[in-house]
Design a protein around this ligand. Structure first.
Ligand code: ZN
Length: 64
């Protein structure tokens, strides 16, 4: 399990990004919302998608 958080994307403020709790950029971001613990990033994404739209993965936390 890992802790996840969501924050508005820095530039657009419309899309939300899903972060791992230890993401270094979270300290600089405002309106960070703790999503809780999930067994996969997909589960955290699904939680965020229920709260915000659109949602994407933080490129610093998740490499594709
Ligand atoms: Zn991040």
């Amino acid at each position: 399990m890992a802790e996840y958080a969501a924050s508005p994307q820095e530039n657009t403020l419309e899309a939300y990004l899903v972060h791992l709790q230890h993401c270094p950029s979270l300290a600089e971001l405002k309106n960070v919302k703790n999503l809780g613990s999930y067994s996969s990033k997909q589960a955290a994404y699904n939680k965020a998608a229920g709260l915000y739209d659109p949602v994407d993965y933080c490129p610093k936390c998740f490499t594709r």
